[in-house]
Design a protein around this ligand. Structure first.
Ligand SMILES: [Zn+2]
Length: 418
């Protein structure tokens, strides 16, 4: 997109008539040079955060991350709160509130936890190599937190207060499905006009350009249970009803069931049956990983499974399937798409290209923020990175200035009264 958004266009046309166009361009230049100046401090913040190991079950490490980020948000002028997560390891969320002089309600989200186990730094230390900085969680999602903290620093220095309320929420359990923070994020998001979520964008290579993201899979867990009848496996096997055999039959006949329901995916991934060798197993159970890009995908899948399992192999056995919803799918609205297009125009101001990614298989908290459809939600305002959930995770330092510029310019635009 090459347009300047309407409000700006209006102003610059007016400016042309009044001869103040240069003042507008200068304002952008000012923000750009502020972003350039903020690059080194952002890297320092990143280093500090990578040195704090904060795996999703590492309550002590997560407390240190919460202390660190809460302190920084307070220094920026926010009122902060530690909110207990409602399930899981029991770490706190950090919720910061800034009160401004405008009318719009804006929210930024990112997560403090990583997928890595304690002591990962011993084998994967923080290290700089050219324009790459390596470290566990550096892209996913400490880079996102760093963008939030330093864009807000730039805007504070610029005296920006054009919002009614600006909320920052950092959660400690995103990598385990936000089981104890998702509902809080959804509830907070509904009190806002706009939510910018700060997961990483893919670095080059393999990505050609930085991007913003408009969709992500939701998750769910499928649980299949078979009830059979126990019997002596040596003396009277025929008196038994083998739950393991029936489970195998059911898994085979349902393995492709999601293929007929576009927007859903199901893979059986766990199973257990029986307790001892010499008994026909009475119980068997399997678990499925389910991904959805449809809000009603769970209901459709449930109906299809319920129909299919009526076809039994072992008589007298009873099979049930239950789908437990996880993170909701993220499907951005048309307003979300417009916001992402505004991001492209902002990138164009600094001669960079921004891609819009329609969908990713990974789940994100944008799904919770977007669940009710009240707020406009867009994902991937974090730094460009690669190797997350793997080894040698890194961020590309060339993305720092564009991302700071994007976040700060976007907040300024979104703060304007609509
Ligand atoms: Zn993440």
């Amino acid at each position: 997109m090459t347009f300047r958004f309407i409000p700006l266009l209006g102003v610059s046309l007016l400016g042309l008539a009044a001869g103040v166009t240069s003042a507008l361009a200068a304002a952008d230049e000012k923000l750009k040079s502020a972003a350039e100046q903020e690059k080194a401090p952002l890297i320092e913040t990143l280093r500090d955060m990578v040195m704090i190991e904060s795996g999703s079950s590492d309550v002590e490490g997560l407390k240190r991350m919460a202390d660190f980020t809460e302190g920084r948000l307070r220094a920026l002028g926010a009122a902060t709160e530690r909110r207990k997560t409602t399930a899981g390891a029991g770490a706190d969320m950090v919720i910061a509130t800034f009160k401004g002089t405008g009318t719009r309600k804006l929210m930024l989200i990112a997560h403090m936890d990583t997928v890595y186990q304690r002591a990962v730094l011993a084998s994967e230390p923080y290290r700089v190599d050219g324009n790459r900085i390596y470290g566990p969680g550096i892209a996913d999602d400490k880079g996102g937190i760093a963008v939030v903290l330093h864009a807000l620093k730039m805007l504070k220095d610029a005296g920006w207060q054009d919002y009614a309320r600006l909320t920052v929420a950092f959660n400690p359990d995103e990598e385990v499905g936000s089981i104890g923070s998702g509902e809080i994020i959804a509830e907070l998001a509904d009190q806002h006009d706009v939510v910018l979520s700060c997961e990483p964008t893919a670095a080059s290579p393999p990505a050609k350009n930085d991007s913003l993201l408009l969709g992500a899979s939701g998750t769910a867990t499928g649980i299949m249970k078979v009830k059979g009848r126990a019997a002596h496996a040596g003396a009277a096997p025929d008196r038994g009803r083998n739950a393991l055999i029936e489970l195998s039959h059911q898994l085979l006949q349902t393995q492709d069931i999601a293929k007929s329901i576009p927007g859903t995916q199901l893979n059986w991934t766990t199973a257990k049956a029986g307790t001892v060798r010499n008994q026909i197993p009475e119980d068997a159970e399997a678990g499925a990983d389910i991904r959805l890009t449809l809000p009603d995908g769970i209901a459709k899948l449930q109906a299809a499974l319920d129909e299919k399992i009526k076809n039994r192999l072992v008589p007298d056995t009873e099979t049930t399937v239950k789908i437990v919803a996880g993170r909701p799918p993220f499907v951005a609205s048309e307003r979300g798409r417009a916001l992402a297009e505004m991001g492209q125009a902002i990138y164009a101001e600094i001669d960079r290209k921004l891609d819009i990614t329609e969908i990713t298989g990974g789940a994100t908290d944008a799904g919770y923020a977007n669940r009710s459809g009240k707020a406009v939600v867009v994902e991937s305002f974090g730094l460009a990175g690669f190797g997350y959930h793997a080894r040698d995770e890194f961020i590309d330092t060339n993305s720092i200035v564009p991302r700071l510029y994007l976040m700060s310019r976007m907040l300024i635009e979104q703060g304007k009264k609509k």
